[in-house]
Design a protein around this ligand. Structure first.
Ligand code: FDA
Length: 303
């Protein structure tokens, strides 16, 4: 109830106030700030994945602008020799308005990344997007086998079937590369597991499937109860460290991140930046009021 109240009122609070908690999770508004934050992480031996904030656009002019913005970002990050790749949200390029135009926009971005021998991760959005995002991934993977990957969400009941159905895309020279996360959107029980234990069990089934099938997993979680079993699976399947990585969000659980790095595993941090930080923060809160508690903690504890 308290969480819901905070989530509902935050959009009406002054941006300055919201920024107090958001700044911990967002690298800044400009490319320069994101490059600076990435350089700091690179210095600690952490790779990054860069995300320009924005999603669910309303008209296709924005899609073109967003594509141009990503092309500029790729130029700037490559010029600065940042050790990292890029994440995109297809609804930022018009997925729910015109799938073909979205495909053309994301294709241009993947082509640009491929020219730099780099990689684009397609984030997974809410359940209305999953079929479309898998379709988009299939098309791009056929043309750019080494330069594109997808996110899969452990809370969705369909995910194990999806990854099994996508095995036709796996071949020797172009391994599948998924980021495995729990999933952040609020989905109906018909589509998604709701209980913590069920989501974690499905997460570990997905991860084990990936190790068994020589898929590269980005193990994206801050949950100790997944990280420890992930270590055990790495040990069980004797997976060498260039065949997986851990991933975390910017500003979240830096101590846990360090523990994983100190054990010699690779780590990548998701670095969101851009002018849409206010919209992003408040949308996330409306979707998941439980986040309000984390925000309150962030107000009092700056890790
Ligand atoms: P859980 O939610 O159980 O959190 C475990 C612990 O981590 C918490 O108890 C808390 O201590 C800490 N924690 C987690 N989030 C925190 C926060 N924001 N602030 C402070 N502490 C926090 N989702 C999606 O649907 N599509 C996507 O494309 C992506 N992409 C993505 C990339 C990367 C690199 C990560 C790490 C995550 C995503 N996600 C995502 C989000 C993901 O689905 C999930 O919602 C969050 O990672 C939280 O889940 P955990 O696995 O961390 O567990």
């Amino acid at each position: 109830m308290f969480n819901k109240l905070i989530a509902a009122t935050l959009p009406y609070m002054p941006q300055k106030f919201v920024w107090i908690f958001s700044k911990r999770y967002i690298a800044g508004e400009s490319i320069e700030e994101a490059i600076l934050a990435s350089k700091e992480l690179n210095k600690e031996g952490i790779k990054v994945t860069i995300d320009l904030l924005g999603e669910f656009i309303k008209d296709l002019h924005q899609a073109t602008e967003n594509k141009e913005a990503y092309l500029k970002i790729i130029d700037a990050f490559e010029e600065n020799k940042i050790d990292g790749n890029y994440s995109v949200k297809p609804t930022f390029f018009g997925l729910l308005i015109d799938e073909e135009i979205c495909y053309q926009n994301v294709r241009t971005i993947v082509e640009k990344a491929a020219e730099h021998n780099n990689f684009i991760r397609i984030d997974m959005e809410d359940s209305s997007c999953v079929d479309k995002e898998i379709k988009l991934f299939r098309r791009l993977k056929a043309e750019f086998p080494k330069h594109v990957g997808l996110v899969v969400q452990a809370y969705l009941r369909r995910t194990l079937t999806d990854i099994s159905n996508m095995m036709d895309l796996q071949n020797g020279s172009s391994k599948l590369n998924y980021r495995l996360c729990k999933g952040i959107y609020v989905e109906p029980e018909k589509l998604a597991y709701k209980k913590y234990e069920e989501i974690n069990a499905n997460y570990l089934k997905g991860l084990e499937f990936m190790f068994q099938n020589n898929i590269f997993p980005g193990i994206a979680t801050h949950d100790k109860n997944l990280i420890e079993p992930a270590f055990a699976l790495i040990e069980k399947y004797k997976v060498s460290k260039e065949k997986y990585e851990f991933q975390m969000l910017y500003g979240v659980t830096p101590e846990l991140r360090k523990m994983i790095l100190d054990k010699g595993h690779n780590m990548r941090v998701y670095v969101p930046f851009g002018k849409d930080w206010f919209g992003y923060s408040t949308r996330r809160l409306k979707e998941n009021p439980k986040m309000a508690m984390l925000i309150i903690k962030a107000l009092f504890h700056r890790g």
